[in-house]
Each structure stands twice: as C-alpha cells, then as structure tokens.
Design a protein around this ligand. Structure first.
Ligand SMILES: Cc1ncc(COP(=O)(O)O)c(C=O)c1O
Length: 265
C-alpha cells in the first residue's frame, strides 16, 4: 500500500469532520443496541449530503484540467468519475476513525444507503486502510438490485477493486466483502411506504433529526427492521451514516404525513 486518496488533489468545499453523535432516545425507543449517527447531512454545501465529499475531488480534478464548466449526470458517470467519488468516502472512514478514537466505545456496524456504489466502495477501501477494528458495512439498496448490466454487489466490487488499482493499493476484494440488503426496495425508487414514513417520524420525534424519504429514510427503515428482527443485537454498536438528501422532504410532504397502515390517528 503505497498510495492513498490523500495523493489525489482535493478542493475544500464543505465543513469537515461532520458531527458524530449518539441517538440515545431513538435507541431506547427501539430497545436496541447503542446507535450513533454520522451527520453528512450537515456538510454545509447547499443542503449538505454525501455528494460534497466526492465533489471536493471532482472539482479539484476539473480545475487541474483547466475546466471552467462542470456537467454531471446521475448514474451515467464515467468510471474515472466514480473512482474519484469513492475517494471521498475513503477519506470519510479516516475521519470517522479519528472520531471513534475519542469515544469511550467502538463501532461494530455501519449502515448506509447504497445506490450508484461510490459511497459503498469508498467505505470498503477506507475500512481496509484506516479502520482499527474493521467495521461491518451494511449497504441498504435503494433503487434496484442492479447497476447497469450487473447486480449491484458486483458493481460495487468492481468499483472497489478498480479504485484500489488506480491508487496502487495492494488490496483485492471478493463478493463476500460486499454486503447489500435489497429487501427494503418496497414499491420501487422514490415510492414512499410505511417503512420510510415510520423511520422518518421516529427519528424526528425522538431526536429532532430529519432523514429524507428516498435514501436515508429507506436505509434507516431497513436498520430499524434489522434491530427489530434482532439481526443487530444489544452487543452491537451501530453507526447510521446520514448521507443527506433533505431537500426531498419538501417534495414528499404529502406522502410523509399520510397515516401508516394500522395507525388510528
Ligand atoms: C442522499 C443520498 N444518499 C445516498 C446516496 C447513494 O450514494 P451512492 O450513489 O454513492 O451509492 C445518494 C445518491 O444519489 C444520495 O443522494
């Protein structure tokens, strides 16, 4: 391992490190394990979110090429762009490890939404390079179990391995290193169901923190379900990575305020 994402140019755009705090009331309500939250919704650029981390690398890259206009397009990004995006989350794990060192506890699991794979593959590499005790990474699938022609886990695997090659890191992953839970897709991308509604309300009511209906609400709903099923047990210490997305709350206000199935009020 002779090169890390440190050696890629980076332009400072957000407020880092983002806060790491404990969700005591939320955890008490679930009678679950200790739960922490990493607040990437507070990165400060516009409404915040995980994209600030990748933009710091993409903008620096664009500036080094003397570009004066940047056009980005959802999933249809080049491999180079996605590898650069993953670099943002390699650094994020380094940032987390420094914060965890100051806690009186360890973190066993990290739960987060996964969609185009940049966040997930970056976390995998950061976990290999910077984590003292490896975090168990659980990506909650958001839109579908595939990216292009490949199942999402294969896509994340390829992206992680090609990013390692680009950074000359002596690390090679296999499919068993990629954990994606695809059973929380509900009726599809952006369709809000009881899973998301309950998660949004519970975190808002217990902690005053808002997650979004499309990404973090679904991922948090998945995490709640895993706690209720005791897949995440009292012995675990779980970190929920809030990747942002808050502006969607305004667009989905009607869906969010609807009653959940079986609710009397
Ligand atoms: C709020 C939010 N969270 C999570 C993700 C998923 O991140 P990735 O595309 O790196 O898998 C996205 C992607 O658009 C997002 O907007």
């Amino acid at each position: 391992m002779n090169k890390t994402s440190n050696q890629l140019p980076k332009k400072s755009l957000g407020f880092f490190p983002t806060p790491l705090t404990e969700l005591k009331r939320f955890s008490d309500h679930l009678k679950g394990p200790r739960i922490f939250i990493k607040r990437d919704d507070l990165t400060g650029l516009a409404f915040g979110g995980n994209k600030t981390r990748k933009l710091e690398f993409l903008i620096a890259d664009a500036l080094s090429l003397e570009c004066d206009t940047l056009i980005t397009a959802g999933a249809a990004q080049s491999n180079h762009c996605r590898q650069t995006a993953a670099a943002g989350f390699i650094e994020a794990i380094k940032e987390l490890q420094i914060q965890v060192d100051d806690l009186d506890t360890k973190i066993s699991h990290i739960v987060f939404p996964t969609s185009s794979g940049g966040t997930h593959s970056g976390m995998m590499i950061g976990n290999s390079i910077f984590a003292q005790n490896k975090f168990k990474l659980i990506g909650i699938g958001i839109d579908k179990g595939e990216a292009g022609d490949l199942p999402l886990d294969e896509h994340v695997l390829n992206l992680a391995n090609s990013t390692c090659e680009k950074l000359n890191l002596d690390v090679k992953y296999t499919l068993k290193d990629v954990m994606i839970r695809n059973e929380y897709l509900g009726d599809g991308y952006g369709i809000v169901g009881d899973l998301e509604r309950r998660a949004i309300r519970l975190l808002a009511e217990t902690e005053g923190i808002l997650v979004d209906p499309v990404y973090t609400g679904r991922a948090l709903g998945g995490m709640i379900n895993m706690i209720e099923k005791k897949e995440l047990s009292l012995d675990d210490i779980v970190l929920f990575w809030h990747t942002g997305g808050s502006p969607a709350l305004f667009l989905y206000s009607e869906e969010i305020t609807q009653k959940c199935t079986g609710e009397s009020l």
